[in-house]
Design a protein around this ligand. Sequence first.
Ligand code: BGC
Length: 558
Amino acid sequence: MTVDDAARPWWRDAVVYQIYIRSFADGDGDGIGDIAGVRSRLPYLRDLGVDAVWINPWFPSPMADGGYDVADYRDIDPLFGTLADADALIAEAHGLGLRVLLDIVPNHTSDRHPWFVDALAAGRGSPERLRYLFREGRGRGGSEPPTDWESVFGGPAWTRVLEPDGLPGQWYLHLFAPEQPDLDWSHPEVRAEFEAILRFWYERGADGFRIDVAHGLVKDPAFPDLGPRLRAPRAGDPRPHPHWDQDGVHDIYRRWRAVADAYGERPFVAEVFVSHPERLARFVRPGELHTAFDFRFLKAGWEPNRLREAIDDGLRALEPVGAPATWVLSNHDQVRHVTRLGRAAATAPEAVLPLGPAGTTLPVTGPSDLALGRRRARAAVLLMLALPGSAYLYQGEELGLEEVLDLPDELLQDPAWMRSGHTIRGRDGCRIPLPWTDGASPFGFGPPGSEPWLPQPAGWGALSVAAQTGDPGSMLELYRSALRLRREHPGFRSDGMTWLDAPDGVLRFQRGDGLEVVVNVTADDVRLDPGGHRVLLASVPLDSEGDVLPGDAAVWLG
Ligand code: BGC
């Protein structure tokens, strides 16, 4: 079925470009990306052919976790600019036909948020403490944490505070760093405040929100221990978890949806890690959120059966609730997929950061064949962009950037590095400032002579936007062509897909009338029967007959 374009909400099949603002473009030369930098590169994003951008948190923050520790949800951190700059960015993006999604962080605030500062000062039993999760400790004198819960970044999820009298007292919960105290979402003021924050940004023109840790807001009020088994959750574990995916979160999102609907089509996209696709679908039931990332696709690596299963299970679970799928290959928390797909164990599903029952971040170790990784990445993006639903691109993937694995220890900033006792290097390697021009660092990321906050590999000039532009074999031109075709060809606007017969290890499917997609997830050539179609786009050059699809390659036929 092809839905009439005019009636189709824009977000159902949007391609959204994720801007990790610290590392996108630096307008003022302090080495840190900012709003001025983003504004200067908006035409690049329009020309790339995306529909929208999602900007990682840009609010005032002590930056204990790259801005996911928000001290004021209604302003902009001076590192990035001012509210007036944000208004200008939103207006300019709209002028270019780009929508702007922001990143809301409702599970926790910064420990410098006025609410938390007040809670510490006000002491035990005060109304100020009730907005967070303060509890008495266990054991002698309350010296043990209230539960055995662990922080996603390592170590206990509880920190003991000094009471106003200077003595050790209560503990507060932080599922992430100690600088990120968890809010108590059973508190009406917490609920009202976030609804007001949503409205604040809608009024300023925000077109929607990505919701950080959307599955974590509600905790089991009994605060049970996890015990050894639940502490290392596994995908598919059916047991309820006391702080992930509690049923109570849905009530919050039904309210948020009503707030959003008052402003028109302003989609949410939820970051959700759950045990089953059916649990994911609950977040996008009618009256709840619009979309939620399906990370099983990202975690399927380069293994045909896992890819097909992730696609099928994801679509099947969403069908009854009528929500579109949301695909993604990389983001600011994951090892860049060029590096992942270049590994022998490109399918390794282990989690490094236990962000929920299905885990998330993949291991940052193991050699990677980057040429193979890039070849597969080209095929993978043609697969992703041909699936029904929306897709998210992480800045730099259109350049084929790899994970930077050799950052000096002293430069690592991810709290996971400190909190894991220097065993988990963390996510800095996927957050390196982008190369825009050839030559030497900063490669156009900032003005000549400026020093990016993380060092860029010397070879990244060859991967820069300038170096790839106009080179028909480059990753960037592949993305541009794919995004253009995705807009032009009506097959991409059809709901659903139909699998077609294909040899082992090959995924072949049809979208609408006349669009076919073939992905060879093996290392060997396969015979390609174009069935009367012509080649619209291929991830590798095809021979002149067009009847062979080489290994690790994909083609769109139409
Ligand atoms: C974000 C991370 C962040 C964490 C805590 C997420 O899942 O994507 O970057 O560290 O939430 O806010």
